[in-house]
Design a protein around this ligand. Sequence first.
Ligand code: FAD
Length: 313
Amino acid sequence: MEKIVVLGSGPAGLTAAIYTARAGLSPLVLEGGSPMGILAQAARVDNYPGVAVGTSGFDLMLAMHTQAEALGVRFELEEAVSITPMDDEKGFVLRLSSGESIETESVLLAMGASPKPLEIPGAKELEGRGVSHCSVCDGMFFKGKDVAVIGDGEAALVDAEYLAGICKKVWLINKHTEFIASDLIIRRVKALENIEMLNETIPLEVLQEDGKKSVGGVVLRDLNESKERVLPISGLFIAKGSGRTPNSLWLNELVDLDEYGFVIANDGQTSRKGIFVAGDLLSGSIKQAVTAAASGCVAAFAIGKFLKNKGQK
Ligand SMILES: Cc1cc2nc3c(=O)[nH]c(=O)nc-3n(C[C@H](O)[C@H](O)[C@H](O)COP(=O)(O)OP(=O)(O)OC[C@H]3O[C@@H](n4cnc5c(N)ncnc54)[C@H](O)[C@@H]3O)c2cc1C
């Protein structure tokens, strides 16, 4: 029987794994479909304390992963599909996508939240064929081409800046009059000649390139003039800061969720004894790497206390 199984290897899961490993609890981390989490897709991370400005999300997450490995954390490239409480509050049985199962005294839910798809015609059909949620993963496919980024926050500006170094032209489509982001990144993006900002503009439809199953353009509406126009582009990057879907669907009624499906907890402890939560999946949390890591630490302490009390019974 494991003492603690951590679901997810983003900043929340890895921080909890580091703390519980150092507390002698020998954590096992199931990494799911995105080892090192969603931040590994970020072009650059300038707001995580202690790292050089311009560090990529991948490098930051690799450093966390390497640190955890060095402390003896065990990793498996597995995804949990169900958690069943055992009789007499002994622990839980985790069923994995491979069909195997693991018994554990406690579980940390650190599965994060996935970006919501763009709900306009053409977007779903062209997902992976020009419509992307990850500039770092897909940017190089659009070398020398024209692309657009949709979003109103820091992530959209960072993506646009990154893509400007690869693509010929980057259109930045923002439905508001201003960006909800730091002055620094706004100034940097405004200084780049191949980025053009289209404020108060929304996308209406993603168009397919003639005769090919790839993006050929996007239909835009100018909210001021109620005018529509087609922007010819080869790639459309979705960087909407708001609108994440918590990866909690498969939990069923195991723990209490808020109205959006995020897990409710108090200092990491969910409504069910022995099940803890941290990171973007936590109800009411600020969806940032540093807060995810911090809540992973809080949960690790709660897990340690829970296991100690359980051992004394
Ligand atoms: C493009 C982009 C740029 C960003 N830039 C910044 C930034 O500059 N600064 C910043 O602070 N934040 C940034 N963020 C936000 C930051 O990435 C998140 O807040 C943070 O990664 C949340 O960490 P987490 O550990 O909660 O979840 P995640 O990082 O999302 O990790 C979730 C983990 O859970 C695993 N998982 C999912 N389901 C299961 C399952 N059933 N079983 C097992 N494992 C599972 C996944 O494989 C993954 O390993 C950015 C996000 C994006 C998308």
